[in-house]
Design a protein around this ligand. Structure first.
Ligand SMILES: [Zn+2]
Length: 315
């Protein structure tokens, strides 16, 4: 994956938050059957007292039961923050050098894609969602979050919450994915997929705490993977405000990174890793095979309609 050095990044699409906060005591427990959508916080039974969350998680990291934040900051992020919580990333050249800038460039690219694709294919105007980069703990429209929460989308405040330490600590750490730029782009595109679902009314329509291999939760998650694939297919055509493309090159190796990441976050894969056995009745995100297949469905087709995970028997 190569970013166009001449592309100008839109810094307003990112905000740094919660710097210097502590990681806050051992990672909170989140029930796997979390709700989503509708804009009304839903109290979660069985979790930390007072914790309310209405979010769509990239995966339920608290299955691992540990605080994964590794402190209040990572050295990679240090020194890249302007006063006022903005990034210093300016160009595609920066994106080729620094993770934070690569993530911002991806956010810019994903939002440029949906700015055209959503009205074209979904008859809905796209509204931008800001990437909330944070570390430590953070109060969000959906309740308190910490690094242990993992990436999530909050429909209440339309924020995509992504702590960069997730990639080292979880994706390439405990989950054992190979990682890489494009694996991280897949995570970003998946979260923005939830924002698109929110704009389309899908999140509120299928809000449910049910789990299981054909549950609404799994269908929502697989659709977000498919939406990530839609973006990936069109990624090299997305442009900045001057008409410069953001991304000049996506290779087979890049697609392989996304597939590897999608595999690593499959429910069956995670269950096998953590408990040694697979229990589909507790699935919330779908199996590794399903996640890869739906990502590739979007990538191969490029059509929003082909990501309809709600009216198929073959997930
Ligand atoms: Zn998700």
């Amino acid at each position: 994956m190569k970013f166009n050095p001449k592309a100008r990044l839109d810094r307003s699409q990112m905000r740094k938050r919660g710097r210097g906060g502590s990681s806050g005591g051992g990672g909170f427990q989140m029930p796997s059957g979390r709700g989503s959508g509708r804009g009304m916080p839903i109290p979660m039974g069985g979790g930390v007292v007072g914790l309310i969350l209405v979010i769509v998680l990239f995966l339920v990291v608290t299955r691992f039961g540990s605080d994964l934040s590794g402190g209040s900051d990572t050295s990679q992020n240090a020194g890249t923050t302007d006063e006022g919580g903005q990034t210093t990333c300016e160009s595609g050249a920066d994106a080729n050098e620094r993770r934070e800038c690569a993530l911002l460039a991806t956010v810019n690219s994903v939002q440029d894609y949906w700015g055209d694709a959503l009205p074209d294919q979904g008859d809905v105007d796209y509204e931008q969602a800001q990437w909330q980069d944070f570390s430590g703990t953070l109060s969000t429209g959906c309740g308190q979050a910490s690094s242990a929460t993992g990436p999530f989308y909050c429909p209440v405040d339309k924020g995509v919450y992504l702590d960069q330490s997730f990639f080292d600590d979880m994706l390439e750490g405990q989950l054992g994915a190979k990682g890489g730029d494009f694996a991280e782009s897949y995570v970003v595109a998946h979260e923005y997929g939830h924002h698109v679902q929110d704009l389309l009314g899908t999140l509120s329509k299928y809000q449910s705490r049910e789990t299981g291999p054909t549950s609404p939760s799994v269908r929502i998650e697989l659709q977000a993977d498919c939406y990530a694939g839609l973006w990936a297919q069109a990624a090299t055509t997305t442009k900045d405000s001057n008409g410069e493309v953001f991304i000049t090159d996506i290779t087979q190796t890049d697609i392989g990174e996304a597939i590897d990441a999608a595999t690593a976050v499959g429910d069956d894969k995670i269950q096998r890793q953590t408990s040694g056995r697979v229990n589909p009745e507790q699935w919330t995100h779908g199996s590794a095979e399903e996640r890869v297949r739906w990502f590739m469905t979007g990538f191969d087709s490029g059509r929003l309609d082909d990501c309809d995970t709600f009216s198929t028997d073959h997930l």
